[in-house]
Design a protein around this ligand. Sequence first.
Ligand code: ATP
Length: 628
Amino acid sequence: MLRQRPFIVEVLTAAALIAAPFVLPYLGFTPATVNRILVWGLFGIGFDILFGFTGLLSFGQSAFFGTGGMVAAYLLTMVNFPYVTTSLFIGMIAAGVIGYLVGLIALRRTGIYFAMITVAIAEVFFFVEFNPLSAYTGGENGLPGVPAPTLPLGFTTINFDSDASLYAFLAFWYFAGLVIALRIVRSPVGAVLRAIRDNPLRAAAVGHNIHSYKLTAFVIAAAYAGFAGGLLGIMQGFMPPDAFTFDTSGQLVMQTAIGGAGTLFGPLVGAAVWLYLSDFLQTTLHLGAAWKLVLGLVFVLLVCFLRRGIVGGFQDLYRLAIQLAVHGPAVKAEPKAAAPAADMTAEEEQKATHAALAKAPAAEPMPALSRKADASAGPILEATGLTKRYGGLVANSDIAFSVKHGECRGIIGPNGAGKTTFFKMLTCEIEPTSGRIVFDGRDITGKSVTDVCQLGLTKSYQVNQLFTRLTVRENVTISALAELRGKFRLDMFRQLPKIAGLAEQVERTLALVDLTDRADIPVAALAYGEKRRLEIGLALASSPSLLLLDEPLAGMSPRERVEMVALLKSIGQGRTMIIIDHDMGSLFELVERVTVLQEGRVLVEGTPEEIKSNKAVQEAYLGGVLEA
Ligand code: ATP
């Protein structure tokens, strides 16, 4: 997903880490401060994967920072365990395990409730550290006497006991942590985490087990925190109890916001700003307790004027410079058909576009992106007795519905007839109150939307559900990944381009929805009609054997409607589809049979011709609009 120039980020980081101890003192940083920045920077890498990449704001990272630090310090001081680095890893594993258990609870909720649970859990850890476990953690005294690491080389032993030598030790681990994090965010797992951040509902609907991915991010963040906590004890020669305090979690969040979330380097830069100002305001300006007030103001100003933080701001500037260098100042506009004359009515415009499309050369036939197109088999979908009640309101009542392999079915009905509710039950977004759904010979009633998508049934939404901060290509990639990798896979060190068949599937989908030229544009820059096509592209990229389209023509101009109908005709070849739409003229062009819903029930079913001439439909529902 990230454009990769192999190892450029790693090389630049290594160079910066080598140069930092020589350069930073001239800017007023003390060696001890530089070392602290590295510890906070490493702590923040894990947090950034959780917050910046996955969108989960935790205020409880101190629990893992403290746990990792205390476990490592306990081993080194109370047990006299001789291996410093091994104790760091044991602390990291302990924090990761605790992170897993906490994540199981906290991730049952989202948004503010998730954040509040993490606060509460961190407070529990703080209490436990100070009270029941004080014999192991030193209570309010912490654990003094944490030894410095050593590196035996045979002929000599390096002791990392001075600020300068400790810098080398910390910089090494920071670099290792960063390289691992870069691999993770560039992997398929990283791509899915970003999708969850942008639109968890759609990430689940295209077939990813978002709970497991969120838990993975939570454990990664806890493990980074645990390792950094261990480094804190080593750096200070003392494991302080305040590692567990809410202040620690809050400082981490603020530093990440200042530096820039979702950048990996943001927490390091934020820590540099925070710790430098803290030193400067207290030691040089002698502001005493008022230093937090000034720091608070700086935080508010930075977050208001640099919404993506310092690193994010630099990234934006860099992208802008590249864009200007490559394309010039104008953003490439959507390729459009000839604009309609200003005085044309909507009907005239639609006719003109029909004529233009009829004259246009036929598109290259695309191979179907479908798992199965076996027309000889029986029904692909069968619903019986499907009912959905919301309290006293019956949205769907005793619906019997069947669709054959390869069929293109339309569903119509007035507003509130229960069409969307019906689709939601078919894709298992909501559970029916009663009834049964059989898809491809399997009873899918009560399954999750993710599992059903993995089986080959998915839908495009009435209101676009896109991954808004990603590009068009990245959007389609998220969907294709679910089909190629299954609903959950921990391939954290695999590179996206190495996934067999991914690039082909993405390119085919883009071509199918006519977005190849717009592949590298951020979704936010697309025109509405393009967004609707991408919405369908997301559903198509998971190679469904049954595709449901909920009002694909909704909100489109007459010209966009005609183009969309042509597109749906082309993607409908060799594919089973069910389409809901209010535009009956267009829908009847597309489908072989139509089901009419009224007040949550099936009113009638038949060919478009039968529906047009059906008296019950005309009188009871359409009010004669189809008679003409
Ligand atoms: P439209 O064409 O306007 O999209 P529709 O045919 O898709 O309408 P639904 O959205 O399925 O209709 O709604 C059917 C009925 O169920 C409506 O009366 C609606 O208010 C009700 N309904 C839908 N979702 C809910 C919900 N979550 N809670 C309560 N009532 C709901």
